[in-house]
Design a protein around this ligand. Structure first.
Ligand SMILES: Nc1ncnc2c1ncn2[C@@H]1O[C@H](COP(=O)(O)OP(=O)(O)OP(=O)(O)O)[C@@H](O)[C@H]1O
Length: 259
């Protein structure tokens, strides 16, 4: 097997909120094509770490780079353009828009035709728009949402809303996809379907994925490597087998199920 090249490099990254070090001295690397888990007890700093990667927060220490390009201090939309997309712990869709429009909005952020051609309704606007719609429909088929294209997002059952959120994040054509608790609130069958979907999109879109998840079955089942955060610091990194038997992880999760 050829050695995989590096995609994300996080060096000694952290952020303070007043006196609280929510994330501190984190070193993490992702190689292209990897599917990696980020776990840790409640309040460990997982979502804050995603917020650092996506520019919601600027690190107060350390550096973050994607494909060798430093991301510290870039606005979230610029980081999306550089190739990082995410989903949220609490689903954030445009509730009043249709399923199709939710995905088209993401395409618009990358569209080649300019804002001027849209305003002036030039031919390039219409060809761009049509191409975008076709792409969005193709996309939604992969997520088994083609039968609800014109339904408002808010009317979808929970599992479908979760899938739509992932579809929308992927429409921005990321190199790195960050999934924040994608299985939260799902039943075991939906969780299993989601695991299969994550494996499928990773192959199909040649993606690198970092996944925050409390469902250990999902994390241990799909991730090749896992990082563990506790009180804002990384306490372990390794394969699912190594993490399961790591004494520091067991201690951090005392009272919670690890395997
Ligand atoms: N904007 C903020 N201002 C102050 N404190 C914050 C802010 N954002 C996060 N924190 C604190 O940082 C710590 C880490 O929170 P975070 O939400 O990242 O944890 P988490 O691991 O994602 O938790 P959970 O699994 O419960 O979602 C918590 O103590 C939280 O209160």
């Amino acid at each position: 097997m050829t050695a995989r090249t590096q995609l994300l490099k996080v060096e000694n990254a952290g952020i303070r909120f007043g006196g609280l070090k929510a994330v501190s001295d984190v070193n993490l690397e992702l190689k292209k094509g990897e599917l990696v888990g980020l776990i840790g007890p409640n309040g460990a700093g997982k979502t804050t770490f995603f917020n650092l990667l996506t520019g919601v927060y600027v690190p107060t220490e350390g550096s973050i780079s994607l494909d060798g390009e430093r991301l510290n201090g870039l606005a979230p939309y610029r980081i999306t353009k550089k190739g990082i997309s995410r989903t949220f712990q609490n689903i954030r869709l445009f509730n009043e828009l249709s399923v199709l429009d939710n995905v088209k909005v993401a395409y618009h952020s990358l569209a080649k035709h300019s804002i001027f051609s849209s305003i002036l309704r030039l031919p390039s606007h219409f060809s761009g728009e049509k191409e975008m719609e076709q792409k969005a429909i193709e996309f939604l088929k992969i997520f088994k949402l083609e039968h609800v294209l014109h339904e408002k997002a808010k009317n979808l059952p929970y599992g479908q809303q979760r899938r739509l959120e992932i579809a929308r994040a992927l429409a921005a054509n990321p190199k790195l996809l960050l999934l924040d608790e994608p299985a939260a609130g799902m039943n075991p069958q939906e969780t299993e379907e989601l695991m299969n979907l994550i494996a499928l999109i990773r192959e199909k879109f040649d993606l690198t994925i970092l996944l925050i998840e409390h469902d250990m079955l999902l994390v241990m089942g799909v991730c090749e490597r896992i990082y563990v955060l506790d009180h804002g610091q990384l306490i372990a990194e390794g394969t699912p087998e190594q993490i399961r038997s790591n004494p520091k992880v067991i201690e951090a999760y005392l009272g919670e199920e690890v395997s």
